[in-house]
Design a protein around this ligand. Structure first.
Ligand code: HEM
Length: 124
């Protein structure tokens, strides 16, 4: 099975087990893409920083939510309402390294591109 076939198989498996998530008006993937294209800094920090595990752990609330994926720490707060998988699943990983869960769920998702405006820095 090729890449797209695999993506479809995993995607269908996830969908068959879940109710589709209703995204609020103005929070479609296209709306998020527009925000990314605007190049607005959504990270909450003026410049990229080094983040310790302890610091990461402090940002564990919806209105102050950092998450590490593949060594990069992102401010997920602006993205929460846009996540096609819903807020609930995402918030479980607030202040944590979500790499394993992310890869299990949707290895095909390009988080570096989607979250480039949300980059806080690097986990050290
Ligand atoms: C913060 C980084 C994340 C980003 C940028 C992200 C992005 C996305 C995107 C773009 C989709 C749609 C994928 C597709 O249809 O092909 C999706 C779906 C999903 N995400 Fe995430 N995700 C993130 C983290 C997580 C985490 C940590 C979980 C934990 C469980 C999760 C759970 C899900 C689920 C279950 C779906 C499937 C929703 C469905 O098809 O009904 N995601 N995510």
């Amino acid at each position: 099975m090729g890449y797209l076939g695999r993506k479809l198989a995993v995607s269908n498996r996830l969908r068959s087990q879940r109710e589709p998530v209703a995204l609020a008006a103005g929070h479609s993937p296209l709306d998020w893409a527009r925000l990314v294209a605007s190049k607005q800094n959504l990270s909450g920090v003026p410049t990229i920083i080094k983040v310790s595990k302890e610091e990461l752990a402090k940002h564990n609330k919806p209105d102050d939510c950092w998450m590490c994926i593949k060594g990069k720490v992102y401010n997920i707060t602006p993205y929460l309402q846009f996540h096609p998988g819903g807020v609930g699943d995402l918030i479980d990983y607030a202040g944590q390294d979500a790499t394993n869960k992310f890869m299990e769920t949707h290895a095909w998702v390009n988080e570096e591109a989607l979250l480039r405006n949300c980059l806080v820095g690097f986990l050290v």
